[in-house]
Design a binder for this molecule. Structure first.
Ligand code: ADP
Ligand code: 5GP
Length: 216
């Protein structure tokens, strides 16, 4: 994947990062994603396709591309998705074109996807993926957050809580684990992970040029 310039590093060329955030539903990954997109430069959201009905607060094309199951299956079967999975009874997938566009331009991309999608991206692009699993501080708080969000039916909330028991053990597959107790602290921890990963030597081929100029 091509290199980009990064304002924080004297415009030293570096490779784009695929930042994968996963968690059980309600642990706070959409909230942390939103804070990252609002506060950190040079990162954009991968907008997923889903067959889930749109929530009142969501905008088509911004939070998700809402499609019928038929349309989703057509896209999946024509290889337009880099990964996909069934989660809580709905289909979700990452469109290929925006990812390839961002990577070709050397921009970082944020993925709010489940552990099945995270695994597929890690299998395909291990060195470009940085993965973070967000855990809730307790199951009682997870339930409260899903209730307070008030975006899903009681049945959908029960289903999400039951799925959390299957999802939580997948923290083991991730590079980093953040417990989202205090939101501000959790956000700063994810931000710190991104900053450190951007500074990794092996992502910064531009250091050779930088050194040459430095020593001239
Ligand atoms: P997810 O994307 O993981 O399903 P959300 O980001 O939608 O979860 O968060 C679920 C609910 O919990 C939202 O109403 C959000 O405002 C709230 N929330 C997120 N993080 C915290 C936190 N640290 N403390 C209290 N409430 C939080
Ligand atoms: P929600 O319905 O709460 O928006 O999302 C449900 C779950 O699906 C979350 O774990 C979310 O991260 C995941 N998800 C969203 N988009 C994708 C995607 O494109 N691929 C995969 N594998 N999971 C996704």
């Amino acid at each position: 994947m091509r290199a980009s310039s990064d304002g924080i590093n004297h415009a030293i060329e570096r490779r784009g990062i695929m930042l994968v955030l996963s968690s059980p539903s309600g642990a706070g990954k959409s909230t942390i994603s939103r804070l990252l997109l609002e506060n950190v430069a040079n990162i954009e959201l991968s907008v997923s396709m889903t067959t889930r009905p749109r929530r009142g607060s969501e905008i088509d094309g911004i939070h998700y591309h809402f499609v019928s199951r038929r349309e989703f299956e057509r896209l999946r079967d024509s290889d337009a998705l880099v990964e996909w999975a069934e989660v809580h009874g709905n289909l979700y997938g990452t469109p290929r074109d925006p990812l390839e566009g961002a990577m070709a331009a050397g921009r970082d991309m944020l993925f709010d996807i489940d552990w099945q999608g995270g695994r597929q991206l890690m299998d395909r692009a291990r060195t470009d993926v940085v993965s973070v699993f967000i855990l809730p501080p307790s199951m009682t708080e997870l339930k409260e957050r899903l209730r307070r969000r008030a975006e899903d039916t009681p049945e959908a909330i029960d289903r999400r809580l039951a799925n959390a028991l299957v999802e939580i053990p997948h923290w083991r597959d991730y590079d980093f684990v953040v417990v989202n107790d205090d939101l501000d602290r959790a956000f700063h921890q994810v931000e710190a992970i991104l900053t450190a990963e951007r500074l990794r030597r092996d992502r910064r081929p531009g250091l050779f040029d930088f050194e040459e100029k430095l020593l001239k």
